[in-house]
Design a binder for this molecule. Structure first.
Ligand SMILES: [Mn+2]
Length: 407
């Protein structure tokens, strides 16, 4: 399957203007920072470490990405074809494994759907790698914000400790400033809308998204469309017939049913929603033919622990509680298939450090077989009609009737 290729036909010409983000075109990267970003990518890809780069050099990349992201709106566009990645959650080895399998920018485009930090042990490496790619190829790489790119979350779920342990808490603070500037939603080729969590009953049309402001405070992250884009989920089983219902599993935002997904696609005149935020056993799955969850994981379900954590951590606030369990990983939509098993990542994250948490979390697990079994097609489909999309959906033998486990 190559959704992006299927979309690159008839709208290619008209899409030029809508994908134009002026601030990215005007952005000029200083030669010394360009060189630094290239050296960092080389070391991260080949050695998977940032050792040898000073704090000042790491801060330089973060300060520059902040400068690049600041003018970006909360709702952005991107042309197809594009490789879409779900949650990475600090599992750097998995990200590298997939990046080595696909073309990297500028030969391809990358769209990341958020949740880069927490859970896994190498969130800093993931973020710095993505920042370097974004700096070098600003139009070819987009990085959306997930619910873990909020300080309330990543203070508790591993990222703060990782920063403190490796380079100090100042680094953690610098990352928060970047997170506040990340866009929340991306429209691919005018046909596929993407976000970390899901849709919102407050989205009344494209205008809502164009008017959306990037949330900069806890309060802004915890309300309205921004909250829903980062937190909502499709409903499973019998609940899927309901239109909107309170998301009890998250204790925040909404769950939406199959008809709601279809109505949303009609309302915005799009073909599909692609989101992450939940575990998908096979890496990605379809929901009522219109919503694709792109998320691979194989790690133990810790929802009970997470739920307890959420209850404790949100005793001061009523929204945006975390019920995410260990989850992983990147699931590119347009990659070629591979049937090889991969156990390259074998250990996970240090437990959260919230003093009230006394449970010791399992720290070992293994990644099972690579879930993507789709093949890229070099032939672009002639139209961008619904039938094109639906055909590409049905061509993939992935689960279609239930949502992934709550994460
Ligand atoms: Mn999430």
């Amino acid at each position: 399957m190559n959704l992006a290729s299927n979309l690159s036909g008839s709208t290619a010409i008209s899409s030029v203007s809508i994908h134009h983000l002026p601030h990215e075109s005007k952005f000029v990267l200083k030669p010394n920072i360009r060189g630094l970003a290239k050296r960092m990518i080389y070391r991260l890809i080949n050695y998977q470490i940032l050792d040898g780069f000073s704090d000042a050099e790491v801060y330089c990349i973060i300060d520059t990405i902040l400068e690049l992201l600041k003018p970006a709106p909360a709702f952005i566009h991107m042309p197809a074809p594009v490789i879409i990645f779900g949650d990475t959650h600090g599992q750097f080895a998995d990200l590298i494994r997939i990046i080595k399998r696909v073309d990297t920018p500028p030969k391809s485009r990358f769209l990341f759907l958020g949740d880069y930090c927490d859970r896994g042990r190498k969130s800093i490496e993931i973020l710095i790698l993505l920042f370097c790619y974004k700096l070098l190829y600003p139009k070819d790489v987009q990085i959306l914000r997930g619910n873990h790119e909020c300080s309330k979350m990543n203070r508790l779920y591993g990222f703060y400790e990782e920063c403190r342990r490796t380079r100090g808490t100042q680094l953690w603070k610098k990352f928060q400033a970047v997170f506040n500037e990340m866009p929340l939603c991306c429209l691919v080729e005018n046909r596929i809308i993407t976000m970390h969590g899901g849709i919102s009953p407050d989205i009344k049309g494209m205008e809502t998204l164009y008017k959306l402001k990037k949330p900069k405070t806890h309060a802004e992250c915890d309300t309205g469309v921004a909250l829903d884009l980062m937190w909502s989920d499709p409903a499973a089983g019998a609940d899927s017939c309901c239109s909107w219902q309170f998301n009890k599993m998250r204790n925040a935002s909404w769950m939406f049913g199959t008809e709601t997904v279809k109505e949303f696609c009609r309302l915005l005149n799009i073909d599909m929603i692609v989101r992450a935020h939940e575990v998908c056993r096979n890496g990605h799955m379809f929901y009522c033919d219109k919503l694709l969850s792109s998320h691979k994981t194989v790690l133990p379900d810790r929802s009970h622990e997470a739920h307890e954590m959420a209850k404790q951590s949100t005793s001061q606030t009523s929204t945006a509680a975390a019920t995410e369990t260990t989850q992983l990983n990147t699931a590119p939509l347009t990659t070629a298939s591979s049937s090889s098993n991969d156990t390259s990542f074998s250990s996970l994250q240090t437990p959260p450090t919230l003093s009230s948490l006394t449970q010791s979390e399992s720290t070992t697990s293994s990644i099972t077989s690579e879930p993507i079994t789709t093949k890229s097609s070099a032939t672009a489909a002639p139209t961008t009609s619904k039938s094109t999309i639906d055909n590409s959906v049905t061509a993939v033998s992935t689960p279609t009737t239930s949502t992934g486990s709550i994460t």
